[in-house]
Write a protein that binds this ligand. Sequence first.
Ligand code: ADP
Ligand code: MG
Length: 677
Amino acid sequence: MTVSPPIKATAAVQGKLDKLGLHTVADLLLHLPLRYQDETRLYPIAHAPQGQAVLVEGEVIDTNVQYRPRRTLVCRVEDGSGEMTLRFLNFYPSQIKQLSAGKRVRLFGEMRYGFLGMEMVHPQYRMVHEGDAVAEALTPIYPTTAGLSQAALRKLVLAALSAGDLADTLPDDVTQALNLPGFAESIAYLHQPPPDAPLELLAERTHPAWQRLKFDELLAQQLSMSLHYRRRRAQSAAAMPSQHKLTKALLESLPFPLTRAQQRAGRELAGDLACPHPMQRLLQGDVGSGKTVVAALAALQAIENGFQAAIMAPTEILAEQHFLKLSGWLAPLGLRVVWLAAGLPKKDKLAALEAIAAGTAHLAVGTHALFQDQVEFHNLGLAIIDEQHRFGVHQRLALRKKGAQPHQLMMSATPIPRTLSMSYYADLDVSVIDELPPGRTPIVTKLVGDSRRDEVVARVREACLKGRQIYWVCPLIEESETLQLKTATETFEALSAIFPELKVGLVHGRLNARDKAAAMEAFKSGATHLLVATTVIEVGVDVPNASLMVIEHAERFGLSQLHQLRGRVGRGTASSACILLYQTPLSETARARLKIIYENSDGFEIARHDLLLRGPGEFLGARQSGVPMLKIADIEQDMNLLETARQVAAKLIAERPDVAERHLQRWLAGAEQFLKV
Ligand code: ADP
Ligand code: MG
């Protein structure tokens, strides 16, 4: 394997390059321009087109500082065809001298027709001599960082172009069949496009040279996921075929039959567990679709084969709910479920740890406390991760290390649109629960401006008096947890004063485990009518009698958060409503979000809109996903290329593994380790 040589640069420059993720010559080659400047053509001042950036050159006639309307360096330049004015609002004293009369200057900027004729404001300029050559290629403008000039970066890229490895990783027959140009040719073209290059195609990134590099990147991604998948399939794990004992017993004890979608997902999981390879499956299902019971069946299949199972949830509230629900299901089958959270009293914690280590605990439920070093499983066979998108890569990895090679089930209520899942979850098997249990009542969503708060208060009172229960969600304050807490307490006090006849509860992230559990229990049992809550109730909380939710400052929440919050109601038989209180004026995106959540109830549809609104990077959260993000390709714009890349990847792996290896080496030299998660 060849490794690309490091960049020849001083430590200071390399420090800047590191910030851009540029460590080797190969990295520099793939650091592609954001856009281009046309400095290949020198225009006469009198005939320079307006409204676009152009290159002109002339002799300085005079330069002075004007003080009105504000301090400005004003410079007159002429080139025989005409005269123009330059204006600099920010300037160094040295520039006055630099631009003194008689000097020759080459300018690049947008020509405008101003008060004194043609002018440029803050042009780029440099001093030249008559007859100095103009650029032969379009000038690339690269993504850069403070302290690293375009000129310096260009020089480094230029050096990389002559020193770097530009050999094609793909054989001609592959690229020709796809009508794509060669690698070396494409790289050279994008770094130094000829003067007549079609600027528009370059800007849109639809030029064949761009297409080639996008394809290469997508191909590398598909290859990597596919190899990762195969590598895992080649590992061995304990086979745990269904014994139809415990699973059957649970199914018989449930007060409801599984939906068809749950049955299908259940079969897929059962099949995976029966195989002697580690399962890596993502179970997707909208909020309330009933993922927990499917997970419980998988856990029972592991347990009836003599293994332990673990369920990890992102919040203590959710973990505790799982614990209660799962104990309720499993204890009658004679199984021991233990609970592990950071806030547990020492004695209880030790007891739980002991039961986990001795194997007397069949199922462990908890938060990230489950994968701390002190936790040793007797024989963990299945690790289940609920709301997987909430966990970082390292946390997921840590739980996997707890077993020799446990099967792994991830669950998510954030549906991933097809384009994204093809691209980012190609290394996982996916099961989808695309059906809600029957008898759910649709949730009516209302958008209410904050000026109509009184009406909302009246409605809440009325609903409570009818025996219904209500969530009141406090505004999200991302910048400060302290402020968030303060708001929650204040909201609690204000609502307690407004509703003296009601029992109001409060739950937030900073309560200790016991108080949190008590607050949830009081609400669940109906002792509390109205629960003031922060977003801690966003995931998983399940109180069927709650049928009204008020969300304050709904405009501050993200789409998936709103969808998840709203999913806390509509779980019982009473008709449910969600009131989104918002503060005007609304920003454009906030307005768009509220419109989407108002018009859609299907999580997949909402996710699709969310992706369009935010783009894949933000949607997935680069750090969360743990998969290298695409730098060049854009999975929405380049959907067709992605399809093609997927097919080519499969063919290469099957028929020409050496080519696949070579290609991956170039594109994922540093990033591949992420994929091992
Ligand atoms: P989520 O997929 O959001 O995790 P849960 O597993 O919490 O959903 O299930 C939501 C609620 O629906 C729970 O109260 C659960 O007991 C109930 N439920 C699950 N499956 C069914 C079903 N097939 N029929 C009726 N209710 C069900
Ligand atoms: Mg859930």
